[in-house]
Write a protein that binds this ligand. Structure first.
Ligand code: ATP
Ligand code: MG
Length: 310
């Protein structure tokens, strides 16, 4: 059975909330063991709904989901014990200490107490000196660390992070990235959602884009950037041009910045001969003082993908 290969297998999942709102439609997705998968999409696209279905918090109206081969609806306990979830919303008013909260989370999943593991989780999240603090006395960023510690308490093999770095400072964001990498190195499969596209660009092996309830794309990050990204050569002209130079029509050049920049967009066209372009410019006595290349970021690709559908 190929479920054995996939950490998570989502098959034909649809969700219609009681309000009648259709939040997901026919979502099919396999998350590979040991990968970092970033789920991107605008507000309200259905990311949290999908995560909550996989974690058994929301029931799918259609389709089935397997976590390491266990059906999340029919075999909830076995499936859920594999999974750690850091939810998007912070649960705040908590009078317990960090240590007790995190230890209790482990117990919830029927795992025997293991103070050594709890200690190492707290250390990983720089929470050791807060172990006796009550949660409600912590800052928002610290609370977020506690949420992650809770999710890791039962040593899950699959970790969902729903907007883990929303509203956290740069330092904490870097810490989280480092932690996610360490977890991946230990074989944990990680699925994260984020509105910081640079985060997905930095971390993810694969990217899924969800828009208005449909998964519109799943791709290797590198392939995605190569396939949909644009590459441009931008030349700074010594003398501004009033219009694109005749005699270069085949190249489809554009003028920008008031005629001071000549831009050649070549995407991923094979066998591009940039030196031929430079020679041709020389023949036409078009001089330039500087040149640079620009490769679209994942952010530009993402915005293009989602806006194209509106
Ligand atoms: N309990 C609910 N009842 C009715 N509609 C809901 C419920 N939860 C979510 N929705 C709706 O389902 C859609 C998807 O919501 P969801 O929270 O999954 O989006 P999201 O992609 O996580 O968005 P964000 O980026 O803002 O976190 C939205 O239109 C939302 O209003
Ligand atoms: Mg969400």
């Amino acid at each position: 059975m190929n479920d054995v290969q996939a950490a998570i297998s989502i098959r034909g999942v649809g969700k219609r909330y009681a309000s009648g709102h259709s939040a997901l439609r026919d979502v099919n997705l396999e998350i590979r063991k040991g990968e970092i998968f970033a789920l991107l999409g605008p507000n309200g696209a259905g990311k949290t709904t999908l995560i909550n279905i996989v974690c058994g918090i929301v029931t799918a109206t259609e389709g089935r989901v397997f976590a390491d081969g266990h059906d999340v609806a029919r075999d909830y306990r076995a499936a859920r014990s594999m999974i750690g979830l850091v939810p998007q919303e912070l649960a705040t008013d908590n009078f317990e200490s960090v240590w007790d909260t995190v230890s209790f989370s482990r117990g919830l999943f029927g795992r025997a107490p293991c103070p050594r593991h709890i200690e190492s989780v707290l250390a990983d999240l720089s929470l050791t000196d807060k172990r006796n603090s009550r949660i409600l006395t912590l800052s928002g960023g610290m609370k977020r660390r506690v949420m992650i510690a809770k999710a890791l308490a039962h040593e899950p093999r699959i970790l969902f992070l729903d907007e883990p770095t929303a509203g956290v400072d740069v330092e904490l964001r870097r810490d989280m990235w480092a932690l996610v990498r360490r977890l991946r190195d230990r074989g944990v499969t990680i699925i994260l959602t984020t509105h910081y596209i640079e985060e997905a660009e930095e971390m993810a092996d694969r990217i899924g884009v969800i828009d208005r309830g449909s998964l519109i794309l799943v791709e290797d990050k590198v392939t995605l950037i190569e396939k949909l990204g644009k590459k441009q050569l931008i030349m700074q002209l010594c003398r501004p041009l009033p219009e694109p130079p005749p005699g270069l029509d085949d190249w489809g050049l554009e003028l920008r910045a008031g005629g001071t920049e000549l831009v050649f967009t070549y995407g991923n066209r094979p066998n591009i001969d940039l030196s031929a372009l430079v020679r041709r410019l020389g023949e036409l006595s078009i001089e330039f003082s500087d040149m640079r290349t620009h490769q679209s970021s994942l952010e530009e690709i993402f915005v293009g993908l989602v806006s194209r559908r509106t």
